[in-house]
Design a protein around this ligand. Structure first.
Ligand SMILES: *[C@@H]1O[C@H](CO)[C@@H](O)[C@H](O)[C@H]1NC(C)=O
Length: 393
């Protein structure tokens, strides 16, 4: 820069001389002088242009760092990964997107795929909804939203639920909404399953599908996508219940419990206290020490069926940004609850939720909220019997 200035100065002094000289020199001599001046000017501007690449490089480095924050081990990259996720809450598939090959390539270039290993899942991640019911909650304004987590292929369970406890839409003057949440079917018949799902969705308008691979290992993804969905599309409901597809649910008892329950920071179900962390690699729920150093899990509501006040959906998604996404779905929510400093609430009566299948009797089923069922139980027959008029006990 100083060189440029000096040259500039020289040129200015030359200019003075030149002005005087031009009066005395011939026109051609004067033109020659201007030509020389032009060359000097050109030289200066080339010099400036040579400096541009340095500035360009800095600029492109800054740009790269925002594109692939995950690659830079800087503390600021944590902040940048957190910010967009809260934004995502509001925008998540308000555009129901199918990934185009271009965006997929762009993502792959920005952050190369790294498997999280067998005990963690791909979350947080911007999943999208390939089947959605964006308006139903706004239209129906439910008091409680039931979300059944089910495999895409499992139409049989969905139909049983639709024709049994899922048919209770208005209880005690409270609206109950029902949705089934599924991921993507993989394998040879994936296309066919998807076509059938679209048809089923047109018939019943109760399917929500996220674009993650639907498998047992991915249940934590399913649950977190459920919370994101509730927060985006059902945030005016008072409560949500996650329930497995092989459960019997006594909807009136559920609604009666919730009419008396706290409206915020409330999570209930069958709460496990002092659940031991399994260190046996052959056990279904093995958890290595490097991912969970404590020997006991914080209290958590068993995944077969738990209830949340709707405010918790957003809080848990935010908390999940600070807790590694363990593959055990209900344990993971327990860890997120601890992160929030909120304890799950025990139900008022230990007989309300059953993890072991409760054999059917009208009297027993009239006193519970939820129980697992056995494969060989005819749930449609049970439902007909249960709804018969007359005293339960
Ligand atoms: C879980 O879902 C993610 C996202 O779709 C996928 O990349 C991963 O392979 C799935 N996990 C398994 C075990 O299939």
């Amino acid at each position: 820069m100083t060189a440029v200035h000096r040259r500039q100065k020289m040129r200015n002094t030359d200019q003075h001389a030149e002005d005087k000289n031009c009066l005395t020199l011939s026109r051609s001599q004067c033109c020659f002088f201007f030509l020389v001046l032009g060359v000097v000017l050109l030289y200066c501007s080339t010099n400036i242009r040579n400096m541009v690449p340095v500035w360009n490089l800095k600029w492109s480095m800054q740009n790269n760092s925002t594109n692939s924050a995950a690659e830079l081990p800087e503390t600021t990259s944590v902040a940048t990964t957190q910010e967009p996720t809260t934004q995502r809450q509001s925008t998540v598939s308000s555009r129901v997107t199918k990934k185009t090959p271009e965006t997929q390539t762009a993502q792959r270039i920005a952050a190369p795929y790294v498997s999280p290993g067998p005990y963690l899942v791909e979350y947080p991640y911007e999943y999208h909804f390939t089947i959605n019911e964006e308006l139903k909650c706004k239209q129906e304004n439910p008091f409680v939203v039931l979300i059944v987590q089910v495999a895409p292929r499992n139409r049989a369970h969905r139909d049983i639920i639709r024709n049994s406890w899922g048919s209770e839409k208005l209880v005690n003057n409270q609206v109950v909404a029902l949705f089934f949440l599924l991921g993507m079917q993989t394998g040879d018949d994936a296309e066919q399953v998807h076509r059938q799902l679209l048809q089923e969705s047109r018939e019943h308008h109760d399917l929500i599908q996220g674009d993650f691979v639907d498998c047992y290992k991915n249940l934590t993804i399913k649950t977190m996508v459920m919370l994101e969905w509730l927060n985006s599309y059902c945030s005016s409901a008072a409560y949500a219940m996650k329930i497995d597809s092989d459960m019997f649910l006594n909807v009136p008892n559920l609604v009666n419990l919730l009419l008396k329950a706290p409206r915020t920071n409330y999570m209930t179900g069958l709460v496990a206290h002092g659940g031991r962390v399994s260190r046996d690699p052959n056990f279904k729920f093995y958890m290595p020490v490097d991912l969970m150093s404590e020997d006991v899990y914080p209290p958590y509501a068993l995944g077969l069926g738990y209830i949340l006040s709707l405010d918790l959906t957003k809080k848990l998604v935010e908390a999940s940004r600070h807790v590694k996404a363990l593959y055990i779905e209900d344990v993971y929510l327990g860890l997120c609850m601890r992160q929030l400093g909120i304890r799950p609430t025990d139900p008022p009566d230990w007989n309300l939720f059953h993890v072991l299948p409760l054999s059917y009797s009208r009297c027993e089923y009239s006193n519970i909220i939820a129980t697992t069922t056995l494969e060989n139980m005819d749930l449609l027959w049970i439902w007909r019997d249960f709804k018969k008029p007359g005293p339960y006990c």
